[in-house]
Write a protein that binds this ligand. Structure first.
Ligand SMILES: [Zn+2]
Length: 466
């Protein structure tokens, strides 16, 4: 494809991004299915609809890729303060893969550890065993990366805590959810609480011992899930660019931002690029991933299943919650030569975008990164460490949180970048060897958090995580 052809397609894409009604209608349809939580009828309905959409859009070799996993279902959850005064915490929600408690609950003293950093745990190391830890979803000021829920949970487990309370660091009576262990029932009962309930507990515990009773009913059971896969073949055989977005959500709301927006972008891009079959330098593989919210269970399975062909993946692009006040820029997951390529493309498309080297450890790019496959994540403009997930993983992740024009702008930018990547003659960026990947993760100071989350030692454990 010469420069004139590329610019003509780009203009057409920009028009489609702003004018094609399906860009937003796909998001509405996804939200209307409900939460799409793994193992629920809404996930099944979304899966069947995606299969049809992939075919209708004109992707080729469209098929589901099935696998088995352990689903989790919540029942009742109650957290009641027993002393110094009786009080029921109305926001309580079990975290995903929390084990059930005994019928009369779990009674223990609360140890407030603030943001739950390594320093917070170290400072109270002697007081944690046999008690229930209270931490919030925030990260201490000045920290270079957000401390993930699983890191806090695993520190609580390793210190001998018997329970884990995880309160939102943002107001609004919204308890956060999230998985505790990838694809497995977790060690100790764990509950999400609102900021307001968490602050109440913290305030009481400053005055003396606070005892709470935690009751959780939940169960874990075998289930089947499927990725939906479809291709846009290139002019010639060769490596492909994999564009992925997880279509599962959490069981509280509509999973609109996380990750209705990513799937809506995936579908919009698929619709734009499908007519270019046979014209691009790189084939495109579109994958709607399942069971991401259970701890990257689906993308981990995909990498395992395709291990013999990973060299054929020139680049993985992960669309996860990439819309919220538009698209802010990209991170290139420590693959420096990829960063050089993206910086050059950003210079060509004249958008105010940022570029960072960070590795996103808790989304579907991570199994690819661990396998040495270059990976790119667009991120949303409003993303800051202090905001954390925002409304993501709460009851408020609903369609109204997404501005249609923000979605359209994100689709436009992503289409421009993908067109230029797919038109590159020659390799995009080299894969890393396991040793190089380990060194890169070390340079990013991720070894400790990955160890705590059982992702390190690396590369011996090629497995599961966030
Ligand atoms: Zn997500």
């Amino acid at each position: 494809m010469n420069r004139e052809e590329l610019l003509a397609i780009e203009e057409h894409f920009i028009g489609q991004a702003w004018m094609n009604p399906s860009v937003y209608e796909n998001l509405v349809a996804l939200c209307n299915f409900g939460s799409r939580f793994a193992g629920t009828p809404s996930e099944k309905a979304a899966r069947e609809w995606l299969l049809q959409r992939f075919q209708g859009i004109g992707l080729q070799t469209v098929h589901p890729e099935w696998y088995t996993y352990k689903a989790w279902e919540r029942g009742k959850c109650e957290v009641t303060v027993i002393s110094p005064q009786r009080h029921s915490l109305s926001s309580a929600l079990a975290l995903v893969y929390s084990p059930a408690t005994q019928a009369d609950g779990l009674e223990a003293e609360v140890v407030d550890l603030g943001h739950g950093s390594a320093e917070d745990f170290a400072a109270h190391a002697g007081q944690i065993a046999g008690n229930t830890v209270l931490v919030d979803s925030g990260t201490p000021y000045g920290h270079v990366r957000r401390i993930h829920r699983r890191e806090k949970y695993m520190r609580a487990v390793s210190h001998g805590a018997c329970g884990f309370l995880f309160n939102n660091h943002l107001p609004g009576q919204l308890a956060p959810t999230g998985s505790l262990q990838p694809g497995e029932e977790a060690e100790i009962p764990a509950v999400g609480l609102s900021l307001e309930d968490g602050r109440y507990l913290a305030r009481l515990s400053q005055q003396g011992a606070v005892r709470v009773n935690t009751f959780i009913d939940s169960h874990t059971f075998p289930a089947k899930a499927a990725h939906i896969v479809g291709d846009v073949p290139a002019a010639h055989d060769g490596p492909h660019i994999l564009i992925g977005a997880h279509y599962d959500g959490h069981d509280l709301a509509e999973s609109a931002v996380d990750n209705g927006t990513g799937v809506a972008m995936l579908l919009a891009l698929a619709e734009m690029f499908a007519p270019l079959a046979g014209k691009l330098a790189y084939s495109l593989r579109f994958v709607a991933f399942a069971t991401e919210e259970l701890g990257l269970v689906g993308s981990t399975q995909y990498v395992e299943q395709h291990r013999q062909e990973l060299q054929q993946i020139a680049l993985m692009i992960n669309l996860d919650s990439g819309v919220d006040k538009g698209l802010g820029g990209f991170v290139y997951n420590g693959f420096e030569p990829l960063g050089v390529v993206i910086r050059k493309i950003m210079g060509q498309i004249h958008e105010p975008l940022q570029l960072g080297p960070q590795v996103i450890t808790a989304s579907d790019n991570m199994p690819f990164v661990l396998a040495g496959v270059p990976a790119l994540n667009p991120f949303r403009r409003s993303l800051t460490i202090s905001a954390g997930r925002g409304y993501g993983h709460t009851k408020a992740d609903t369609l109204d949180k997404v501005e249609e024009r923000d979605l359209r702008e994100s689709v436009m930018v992503m289409a421009q970048v993908l067109l230029r990547l797919a038109s590159l003659e020659g390799p995009i960026a080299p894969h890393l060897t396991p040793q190089e990947t380990a060194e890169m993760l070390r340079r990013q100071q991720l070894e400790e958090t990955l160890r705590i989350r059982n992702i390190w030692p690396f590369p011996e454990n090629n497995g599961q995580h966030a």
